[in-house]
Design a protein around this ligand. Sequence first.
Ligand SMILES: NC(=O)C1=CN([C@@H]2O[C@H](COP(=O)(O)OP(=O)(O)OC[C@H]3O[C@@H](n4cnc5c(N)ncnc54)[C@H](O)[C@@H]3O)[C@@H](O)[C@H]2O)C=CC1
Ligand SMILES: O=C(CO)COP(=O)(O)O
Length: 329
Amino acid sequence: MTRDSIAVLGAGAWGVALANVAAQGRTRVPLWAHDAAHVAALEQHRENRRHLPGLPLACAVTPTADLACIRGAEIVLAVVPAQAMRDVARAARPHLADGAAFVICAKGIERDRRRFMSEVVAEELPQAKPAVLSGPSFAADVCKGLPTAVTLAAQEESLAQRLCEALSTKTFRPYRSTDLLGVEIGGAAKNVFAIAAGMASGRELGASAQAALIARSFAELTRLGRALGARSETLMGLSGLGDLVLTCGSAQSRNFAFGQRLGRGAAAKDASGGKLTEGAFTAHVLVEMAKAAGVEMPIAEAVDDILAARLSVDAAIDALLMRPLKAES
Ligand SMILES: NC(=O)C1=CN([C@@H]2O[C@H](COP(=O)(O)OP(=O)(O)OC[C@H]3O[C@@H](n4cnc5c(N)ncnc54)[C@H](O)[C@@H]3O)[C@@H](O)[C@H]2O)C=CC1
Ligand SMILES: O=C(CO)COP(=O)(O)O
């Protein structure tokens, strides 16, 4: 049986990890990066020294700065930051084959136009079949061959199944879904809540507070998801609860580590450590979406207020604890 051909857009940590997954059982997986110097460094060292030092590119992975590398690919994995997705999708349009699957692997919401990634792709790539891959999966873990499972959603179940088959390995196990929006909401929101969890850790509020915060974050995530039409089983699954638990519980998460530094007193502008923290880009648009849907998200709002310097971490903690007592929901 011939395997679907796969190309990867974006050669950061997650792009490299997914290219290595795709390389299993394939002889060539083009890996596109927008920066020619980065491509040269990948070719020379056969690893992403900045984001995944010591973890080599699989032999089949071919770095390139030429977007035409996606011509003929049946599956394209889009692994660039969420705020760059529109530009990359637009640039890919002349090269993408009709009916190719365009799998969104970024976790975020477009700030300027308040769009989910699947909406961005529908607007920019009318010939594509959009899909979303999300779930608990640190790039370094996946690159090391440590096991995990993720959700892979496409509108047609048959395509979701085909994508799962194309991307599954002995240690990387995708579960299929047709709930793209549900998968996207979980992936975008968990980054914002991971910042909150990091702050609680940085402030040394204790393990009980940590668990309470995760549970109340999940309540906010499900409230928004249901209001926007996501399915409960998606929100409770790998891309929702699964990724929330991972990212809110580990300093390996860049969003959590960012929150930790904020909790220890760093200013928002200095707290990323030069790393991509998608939650910082998503917090405000997530809160705006929730308000538009009439959904209360006090933890997400607190993160947004702290990032915009409207509130200190301590004042936000006090405000959350002083909210009127209510039924659990
Ligand atoms: N690192 C991880 O463990 C995981 C990351 N993700 C998601 O994948 C997405 C990408 O994250 P990472 O690869 O980890 O980030 P990264 O910071 O390691 O890499 C991002 C890459 O995108 C490139 N880039 C930046 N702006 C660009 C533009 N305008 N056009 C094209 N390329 C551009 C950068 O040069 C860099 O190589 C994010 O949305 C993240 O939430 C999802 C699951 C796991
Ligand atoms: O999404 C991730 C793991 O599933 C990676 O999380 P961070 O972007 O917070 O590092």
